[in-house]
Design a protein. Sequence first.
Length: 119
Amino acid sequence: MKLFNFIVLLSTLFAMTEAYAIDTKNGEILYQAYCTQCHGKNGDGWGVNAASMDVLPKDHTDTKGMITRTDEDIFIAIKKGGKAVSKSNLMPNWDANMTDQEINDLVAYVRLLCCEKEK
Ligand code: HEC
């Protein structure tokens, strides 16, 4: 029983470290710097580039659509580009310019935009 409690404590601590490792605020900063020209400042898909694009950037505030994507789908879309998730290659790949940590921060921010509306 004692060992069991110890394991529970360890896994809780581990889970907390994991959670704190994700920095949604950093995700927002990255998003505002690199994503808004296409996806829009609010993530609604209407960035300055959108009007001239053949395939519209995804509306990240579209809860219904985005809820069907797993965190991994979003991660791969950002890291490897649209083509890797059977989307348009107008969605660039960022693996040369971002660490996995930064991409995870972006995934958390995209999730916030789509699925956990903050007031
Ligand atoms: C040059 C314009 C452009 C930029 C810059 C851009 N995107 Fe995209 N993105 C697109 C387009 C276009 C699509 C939609 C592709 C499709 O629907 O076929 C897309 C799709 C996506 C998707 C997939 C959504 C889905 O339907 O599953 C994610 C996630 C995403 N973008 C995140 C980002 C993030 C995060 C950044 C910034 C690091 C970014 N994008 C920067 C154009 C862009």
